[in-house]
Structure formats: structure tokens, C-alpha cells
Design a binder for this molecule. Structure first.
Ligand code: GLU
Length: 445
């Protein structure tokens, strides 16, 4: 059996970090098992679904390196839903209901007032012929509910939550279709999971109650249900579901120069018993991916942790990983010199500018100017090589009597305009002889 997972966003907005995590886990699980990963666009809501979001979802997944093996759209499958809906109708598993939203609301309030759970009372099942005819005469349109089988307990062994048990009598028969014929999420999703051969449904624990209902839908169709894994939700550092998390999407990470590998490394591991580590190679993360490592407590998403992880990941990126994103003239050698100084990729230009110039020496003391003239003359007389910094500062130490900071700092300031930065021994060969002499000359005059 080929393992098949799906990620099923509604294209009514951009992906946020919570659904990115779900997408990632679905994809990783499929990858680990040599299976397939489907992108299913839940676009039954014509009003709210937008093509621009479809495009953005595809682009965001691509940026993360999550490549779906196939893509489906619910809006292309209405005929199929109709067909299976008719089957359920024939089997007496769906029924029309006419309550207005206000009537339902009132029923709920009364139940709650009596200290009862606000479960739908199945009033629509008891309508007489005369009442049905009256609704029709009034022009009232029916919405449709799925009739749960109260005699079959709902059970499954969740890959994260373990054994789950629901008494269907305590659940409301869910509305599956609105008055205007449009579909709610529940039934199309089940039909798709069947038709598309989904073996594992991986989603947030906010869907646990939906799963209970959908299991009865699988059964009503006489189909085997897939495996389920409901992951604990993502929370911010304050331990709550924050608004901020809901708005954090790929574009905000890109703006902050977060690498896709960093986000992947973090989201793969938070909420699991495996440590968050700077692992840039996703195949390593896939190897260790296992639902049994997932905890029941909410996964904490810490932006500071991401920033720090990102820095470590940047330090692991090879020249080949960053080519195309760094200045064209920047060589592999230059990358390896600059890389340890980066907090994120947004700083590459800055350090490259230090190499290529122009730089302005700042903070030089007057007494350093003579020394820098001496240094310039010394450099001019030396044979340029990869060890030039060592040769040069060795000679200057002897001739000037300076050492330590008083020796090195004016040189760094003159050559880079800064009092900190990459190892000068590696940087000076990148700056090159002519530019170095020019910079020294500019400061000694
Ligand atoms: N479109 C649904 C959602 O975004 C899909 C849930 C599911 O994975 O079944 O909540």
C-alpha cells in the first residue's frame, strides 16, 4: 500500500506558521515512507476562495521545499459530491432541516440554560408531512444534516493521541450542505479522502471532533477509514494561541531573512521529544520523523529561537546553497570568509561592501596616522600571498613596537572602516593589494 497524505488548505488567505507546520508534517511523513503527498485546495467557498491565494500557497510550499506529487481542487468535483450525497440520501443517512440560524441559537440557549449540552435535537427528523409542506409553501429551503448512527461507537487509535472514543449520541448531526446547495467542509473532505486514496490524515487537534463525524461518513460509504494523527496546536511564547501566529506567513519570514531550512528545522521538531537542532539537510529531519515522538502538549513557537537557529543554519550553508542570492562576483572563498559573521543572509551585501569598498575609516586616533603610513610602506614592500596578514603584522610588530589591539585595531579600521568583522587574515587577501594600499593611504594623509 502506498502511503498517501494530503494538505488541504482553503485558499481564503495566506498560509500561516500553523498550517505550514501541518503541511510540512504531511510531506515529511510521505517522504519518509516513500509515499505521496497531495495538495488539495478546499475551495468550495466560492466567495472567499481567491486565485491569488492559490498561487501564494503553491509558491510558499515551493519556497519551503515542499513539493506536492499531485494537486486537486474541490471546486472541480461538485458532480462527484452530488453523486455520493444522493447515495447517502437513498440510504437515509442525510436529512433536510429547516431551522433558521436564530431558531437553532434559541434551542442551544435553552439547552444550556437547563444545564444540558447544546446538541442538535434532531427536530427536523420529526417533522410531519403537513409541516414539511408548510415550509415548502413558505418557500423555505432545506439545509442538510448527516445522520449519525447512535448505535455505533466511534473509535480510532490516533497516531499521536492514542485510543480515542466518542459517543455519537452526544454529538450533533452535522450540517453538511447549506440552503443554497453549497457544501460545508465535512462531506467533500471525506469523499476526497476516499477517492484520492488518502491513507493518513494528519491535521491539528482542532479537527478531532470532525474526525469523529467523518469516521461515520467513511462507514456510511462502506469504506475503510484512513489512519489519523492529530497534532497538538501551535502556541506562541506566551503559551497562548496568539493573533500574531495567525498572521506569520512565509512573506514575513522572508522579510526577516529567515531561511526556509531554518523554518523547516524548527517546525519539524517543536512539540516533539526530539531536540530542535540546526539541521540544514531536510533528509536528516525526515529520517527522524515519527508521530510517536509527538507530545500532547501544545508546541511552542518562539521567534527568538527561530532567529538563533537561522543564524546557525546560515553558518552551515555551502557556496552552492547560496549562489544566485549573493553578489555575482563573490567567490566561494569570499563566502567562507564572510559566512561566520552573518546573523542572516540579509547581511551579505554589507560585508561584501567591506571587501569591495569604498570604505571610510572611522574612529582613528591621530597618533595612529603615522603608524598607518608606516604600515602602508611596509605592505608595499612585501610579497603578496595568502599569508600576507601574518607576514605584514609580524614585520610591523618588530618595527613599530606595537602589539595586540594597538597593532591590529588601526589596521582593521583603516582597511574595513569597522572595529569588528571577519578574520583579517582571511579578509585581506579578498580585499587585495591595490585596494588595501589605497585604503591605508587614505587614512595616513
Ligand atoms: N480545509 C480544512 C482546513 O483548512 C482541511 C482540514 C483537513 O485537513 O481535513 O481546516
Amino acid at each position: 500500500m502506498t502511503i498517501k497524505t494530503r494538505f488541504a488548505p482553503s485558499p481564503t488567505g495566506h498560509l500561516h506558521v500553523g498550517n505550514i507546520r501541518t503541511a510540512l508534517h504531511n510531506w515529511m511523513f510521505a517522504q519518509k515512507n516513500g509515499g505521496e503527498f497531495l495538495l488539495r485546495l478546499d475551495d468550495t467557498d466560492k466567495e472567499r476562495s481567491k486565485e491569488e491565494y492559490v498561487t501564494a500557497i503553491r509558491a510558499d510550499l515551493a519556497w519551503l521545499g515542499i513539493n506536492p506529487d499531485s494537486e486537486e481542487r474541490q471546486s472541480a468535483r461538485f458532480d462527484r459530491y452530488e453523486e455520493r450525497f444522493e447515495e447517502l440520501k437513498a440510504a437515509g443517512r442525510v436529512y433536510p432541516a429547516f431551522e433558521t440560524a436564530q431558531e437553532l441559537d434559541l434551542k442551544r440557549k435553552i439547552q444550556l440554560g437547563r444545564g444540558k449540552p447544546p446538541t442538535y435535537d434532531r427536530g427536523a427528523l420529526n417533522l410531519s408531512e403537513a409541516e414539511l409542506a408548510a415550509f415548502e409553501a413558505e418557500g423555505r429551503k432545506a439545509h442538510w444534516r448527516f445522520k449519525l448512527d447512535h448505535n455505533t461507537p466511534i473509535e480510532w487509535t490516533d497516531l499521536i493521541r492514542g485510543d480515542q472514543h466518542f459517543d455519537p449520541a452526544l454529538l450533533s448531526d452535522p450540517v453538511i450542505r447549506r440552503e443554497d446547495g453549497s457544501w460545508l467542509y465535512m462531506l467533500p473532505s471525506t469523499i476526497d479522502d476516499i477517492d484520492m486514496g488518502i491513507t493518513h490524515v494528519v491535521r491539528g487537534e482542532d479537527h478531532v471532533a470532525n474526525t469523529a463525524v467523518q469516521i461515520q461518513m467513511f462507514q456510511a460509504f462502506g469504506e475503510k477509514m484512513p489512519e489519523f494523527a492529530h497534532e497538538a496546536l501551535l502556541v506562541g511564547t506566551e503559551g497562548k494561541l496568539s493573533k500574531r501566529l495567525g498572521s506569520l506567513g512565509v512573506s514575513s519570514f522572508r522579510e526577516r531573512n529567515i531561511e526556509p531550512q531554518s523554518l523547516v528545522a524548527l517546525l519539524a521538531r517543536i512539540g516533539t521529544s526530539d531536540p530542535v537542532e540546526p539541521i540544514a539537510d531536510v533528509s536528516t529531519l525526515i529520517e527522524t520523523f515519527d508521530f510517536s515522538r509527538f507530545g500532547r502538549a501544545p508546541a511552542r513557537f518562539d521567534e527568538e529561537e527561530l532567529t538563533q537557529l537561522n543564524q546557525k543554519i546560515v553558518h552551515l550553508l555551502d557556496f552552492a546553497d547560496v549562489q544566485g542570492r549573493i553578489p555575482d562576483q563573490m567567490t566561494a572563498e569570499a563566502w567562507s570568509v564572510i559566512r561566520p559573521n552573518l546573523h542572516n543572509m540579509g547581511e551579505v551585501e554589507y560585508w561584501w561592501q567591506v571587501v569591495t569598498g569604498p570604505v571610510t575609516a572611522a574612529g582613528l586616533a591621530d597618533e595612529d596616522r603615522d603608524f598607518l603610513e608606516q604600515a602602508r610602506a611596509s605592505l608595499e614592500g612585501l610579497t603578496w600571498s595568502d599569508t600576507i596578514w601574518k607576514d605584514w603584522t609580524g614585520a610591523l610588530k618588530e618595527n613599530s613596537g606595537r602589539k595586540g589591539k594597538t597593532l591590529f585595531m588601526p589596521l582593521r579600521q583603516a582597511l574595513t572602516g569597522l572595529d569588528h568583522g571577519p578574520d583579517m587574515g582571511a579578509l585581506l587577501p579578498l580585499i587585495g593589494r591595490d585596494a588595501a594600499l589605497d585604503r591605508l593611504k587614505a587614512t595616513s594623509s
